[in-house]
Design a protein around this ligand. Structure first.
Ligand code: ATP
Length: 231
């Protein structure tokens, strides 16, 4: 009891900061939690597996062993005071759904939950989870675009609309972007660029790209893919 009270106090302090509680520290939850820490966000990590909790000790603001399907345990950890909670439990669908339902009952403003199948995702959505993510499916789709096309990196922002990092085709080098008629001709916009030697910068109509530069383009997925193929 005292142990939980102690954790509860620490969690409460974390909850007050720009913070996130991550439930489930498997490969996905762990990578997410560590990335959040790296970008300056305080993270409370929760897992029922003692070894994983030990492994994350010192790497996250606070790591606690607890079963997230027990509402009392989550309350003692002050999870109900967090604004953002991620449910990174996949394989145990029942635990994922139960956890999400408890969090919804606690009126956590922003809940992200990982789904492993369409049915799993559908149930989470029907429960009221606003951000359902499919890490494996999304990564598979992303890699498919990379394998098929010539993009260096690729992100589908929403179905049918994408962002890609590419080496610009010869036709747009050496002239201001405003004179390339990119939007009319190819349906895409160059939003940022990095010269062969230099830092990333926002692109505008006056931007002139040189050999060896890299650009970020956005637009409808088919147009982005088509443009990425140009040499
Ligand atoms: P990954 O691919 O990210 O490794 P996975 O899909 O295999 O994950 P799971 O094994 O279901 O995911 O869960 C990820 C983590 O969630 C595991 O470390 C597991 O111990 C933890 N977990 C599962 N159920 C609970 C629960 N009820 N309470 C706390 N942690 C849980």
């Amino acid at each position: 009891m005292a142990r939980f009270a102690l954790f509860g106090d620490t969690s409460r302090r974390i909850a007050e900061a720009d913070s996130v509680a991550v439930i489930g520290l498997g490969r996905f939850g762990s990578a997410l939690a560590l990335e959040l820490m790296a970008s300056g966000t305080e993270v409370l990590g929760i897992d029922r597996d003692d070894e994983l909790v030990q492994a994350h000790n010192g790497q996250l603001t606070q790591v606690v062993r607890a079963d997230s399907t027990k509402e009392e345990a989550l309350r003692q950890l002050a999870v109900d005071e967090f604004d953002r909670v991620v449910v990174a439990i996949g394989a145990d669908v029942q635990a994922s759904i139960l956890t999400a339902s408890i969090l919804l009952g606690m009126k956590i403003p922003v809940i992200w939950a990982k789904a492993v199948t369409e049915q799993h995702g559908k149930i989470l959505e029907q429960l009221g989870v606003t951000h359902v993510i499919y890490p494996e499916k999304d990564m598979g789709r992303r890699v498919a675009h990379l394998v098929r096309g010539a993009a260096i990196d690729y992100l589908e922002i929403e179905p049918g609309y994408s962002l890609a990092k590419i080496a610009p085709p010869a036709e747009i080098l050496g002239i201001p972007l405003g004179r390339t008629t990119l939007r009319q001709k190819h349906g895409i916009t160059v939003t940022a660029f990095r010269p062969a030697e230099g830092e990333w910068q926002n692109a505008d109509n006056e931007t002139v790209l040189g050999e060896g530069s890299t650009v970020i383009i956005v637009g409808p997925t088919d147009r982005v893919e088509g443009f990425a193929q140009l040499r």
